[in-house]
Ligand binder design. Structure first.
Ligand SMILES: [Zn+2]
Length: 132
């Protein structure tokens, strides 16, 4: 089905898609909102449309929210670290432990978030994993 395409040459689009795959990009289920072509995730993690180049599939709002979450997580860690220092100065081992627990939780959340972001990439790159 041809949607009209807005002057997009199908052969050219196919050629670029092939090129992207040769570069190790992974075809995604999401499509470009402008032309309906499948989007690709580059090894660098960028999401691109073969015709339009870089495309943000996430809305600006959710991107901003994501950045805010990152900021809050880092802030929690920073504050907790300061509290650890305060508690040490006060000689209160119980509080030290409490705040260290907070830092530990933050670290865990951070690495979980990192892993889930990377996990998507690796699944596509390795292709026939479970078979080995
Ligand atoms: Zn596009």
């Amino acid at each position: 089905m041809d949607k009209g395409g807005g002057g997009v040459d199908r052969d050219e689009a196919l050629r670029r898609m092939t090129q992207l795959m040769l570069q190790g990009a992974v075809m995604l289920e999401q499509t470009c909102p402008l032309d309906g072509l499948p989007l690709f995730r580059l090894r660098s993690g960028e999401i691109v449309c073969p015709v339009h180049g870089r495309v943000m599939i996430v809305s600006d709002e959710s991107e901003a929210r994501e950045a805010e979450i990152e900021g809050i997580i880092s802030m929690a860690q920073y504050v907790a670290a300061q509290k650890v220092k305060e508690s040490l100065d006060e000689g209160d081992p119980k509080r030290v432990k409490e705040w260290l627990d907070v830092i530990e939780s933050v670290e865990r959340i951070k690495s979980l978030r990192r892993r889930s972001a990377e996990g998507v990439d690796k699944e596509g790159e390795r292709g026939g994993r479970g078979k080995a």
